[in-house]
Design a protein around this ligand. Structure first.
Ligand code: 5GP
Length: 188
């Protein structure tokens, strides 16, 4: 039976890198493209990483009940389209979500009404220092802002306690292998 896999973890932990690496390795697994109001980065394509939409359109979709979950992350809206997920499950594919910890929590609270099995995978940083290094390497911002984000991201590691699986991203290749391995086992 196809399943919904929710991958989450603190910002900067490397979940997007892990997701990108496992998708081509598991044929029966598809990525659910989320909506966001943040502008695309240079290497991103509309409809591939995200559907890049206006705040007005986001509001409209929210009012229509189009989202399975949604959250406000670092100043932008993000949401998982119910149709993206259900369309794939209906074709017999399993679905992968890469979402923040608030979004994961709201899927968790609603898991019994969804009508399909959901598994929660949490990615942890090996240490606070390593999380700081990773956050610093991908954003250029003031030291105060950096400390604020680090504090927030570190606090998010506590959200992992109720997940089905915890994976420490110490060595990227190992973390990828663990996540791919546990998804394969879940799909057997
Ligand atoms: P980024 O803007 O760097 O792509 O993503 C920022 C954060 O938003 C990441 O933690 C990512 O997992 C999360 N995110 C992406 N799509 C969604 C979504 O549909 N819902 C929620 N709740 N979070 C999302």
């Amino acid at each position: 039976m196809p399943k919904l896999f929710v991958i989450s973890g603190p910002s900067g932990v490397g979940k997007t890198t892990i997701v990108r690496a496992i998708l081509p390795r598991i044929r029966e697994l598809e990525f659910s493209v989320s909506c966001t109001t943040r502008p695309p980065r240079p290497d991103e394509q509309d409809g591939r990483e995200y559907y890049f939409i206006s705040p007005e359109r986001f509001e409209e979709l929210l009012r229509e009940g189009a989202f399975l979950e949604h959250a406000w992350v670092y100043g932008h809206h993000y949401g998982t389209l119910r149709a993206e997920v259900e369309r794939r499950l209906a074709r017999g594919k399993s679905v992968l979500l890469d979402i923040d910890t608030q979004g994961a929590r709201s899927v968790y609270l609603r898991r019994r009404e969804l009508g399909f099995p959901v598994r929660f995978i949490f990615i942890l940083p090996p240490s606070r220092e390593e999380l700081r290094r990773r956050l610093a390497s991908r954003r250029s911002e003031s030291p105060e802002e950096m400390e604020r984000r680090l504090a927030l991201a570190w606090r998010e590691t506590e959200a992992g306690m109720w997940f089905d699986y915890l994976v420490v991203n110490r060595y990227l290749e190992e973390a990828i292998a663990w996540v791919a391995g546990l998804i394969r086992l879940e799909l057997e």
